[in-house]
Design a protein around this ligand. Structure first.
Ligand SMILES: C[S@@+](CC[C@H](N)C(=O)[O-])C[C@H]1O[C@@H](n2cnc3c(N)ncnc32)[C@H](O)[C@@H]1O
Length: 200
């Protein structure tokens, strides 16, 4: 099967990355946007859900959560790790989100944590209208962008907050929060993060 573009390197390092990502705490990682998360029960999509850490936290709060993760090795570990959770898992990815094409206006919140910079510009342009169409009017998109050296074997691009804001605006998403220089929870001085929150 053709590998979803952007997932390069994740299968090969799945155990190591799973342990690293799953050790993070949702409330610490997302401290800057905790107040934007809707009250449960909301419909939430986590794209590139990785270990299921965020999906499981949100499901545990009473949300209806769909977690999309195209790297099979990560998704299978995540499903085992959070077997007791109500998360619905999808084997799918950006830019086309094929499994959700018949679900317009479905989600109150879409999260894309540490994944958007895995897409090239053509893929980002193709994906954003589809992502926007899945958000309910008044719903939100919250994402992070990584800046720093690209890990060996991974496919990553330098993507700015301003480019992402301009792209999202074309699809009817208005910027609500823009933070630069969020620090790395892995204590990496050479890595910083941009945080963006949009509403439709
Ligand atoms: C840095 S990890 C972040 C995982 C998780 N969101 C977290 O915060 O721990 C990036 C994730 O994006 C996924 N990914 C890569 N390319 C993707 C694509 N085209 N569509 C959806 N997910 C993708 C990878 O498989 C990986 O799980």
């Amino acid at each position: 099967m053709t590998r979803v573009r952007g997932t390069e390197g994740y299968t090969e390092q799945s155990q190591e990355l799973f342990d690293l990502y799953d050790a993070l705490e949702f409330e610490e990682l997302h401290a800057s946007i905790l107040s934007l998360i809707p009250k449960p029960p909301a419909d939430i999509l986590d794209i590139g859900a990785g270990t299921g850490r965020d999906a499981a936290y949100l499901a545990g709060q009473g949300h209806r959560v769909v977690a999309m993760e195209p790297t099979t090795a990560l998704r299978q570990k995540a499903q085992a790790r959070y077997a007791d959770s109500t998360i619905t898992w999808l084997d799918d990815g950006l830019p086309d989100l094929k499994s959700l094409q018949d679900k317009p206006d479905k989600f109150d919140l879409i999260m894309m944590t540490a994944i958007w910079m895995h897409l090239n510009i053509a893929e980002r342009e193709r994906a954003i209208p589809q992502i926007a169409s899945l958000i309910k009017p008044g719903g939100q998109l919250i994402l992070t962008l990584r800046h720093g050296p690209i890990p060996a074997g991974r496919r990553m691009f330098e993507v700015s907050g301003s480019e992402t804001i301009a792209l999202a605006k074309k699809s009817g998403l208005q910027i609500r929060l823009h933070l630069e220089d969020e620090f790395s929870l892995f204590n990496r001085a050479d890595v910083t993060w941009t945080r963006l929150a949009f509403s439709r």
